[in-house]
Design a protein around this ligand. Sequence first.
Ligand SMILES: [Zn+2]
Ligand SMILES: [Zn+2]
Length: 147
Amino acid sequence: MLQIRYNCQKSPCVAIIEYGPLEEAGSSIECPRCHESQALHVTAAMRDEEKVDRCAVCQCRELFIRKDFPQGVGLAVVLIAGIASIILFRSNLLLAYGALATAMLVDLGFYLCVGKVTTCYACRAEYRNGQLNSAHDGFDLGTSEKY
Ligand SMILES: [Zn+2]
Ligand SMILES: [Zn+2]
């Protein structure tokens, strides 16, 4: 099932709206914060294949795929290991290097395990748990600058 996550399009409301399964959504949903109804353009590809071919929020056709990496977690692991190794360097050099190596492995593990998320260049809506569209590529700065 496809799940969408995006910021409410009605300014000044910037509530984060999460909705799923998208393939069963109607033509609009209501923002839980400002209660404004907003149009959702669920395409045939979304309903039938759980695949994003066009952004349901802004109808933009340019989307990119990125790793769904929780950056806060990765940073925290490195930070904790960094502090631990500073303390350990005074007493046990081997353990200090071990702490750093473990942190790197944990981060690498995270990186390999996390799923991928399709993101809209124009409105940054995120789509999870669906099928990846082979027409989409990784993030491209040139394309991004158009928006
Ligand atoms: Zn809202
Ligand atoms: Zn969009």
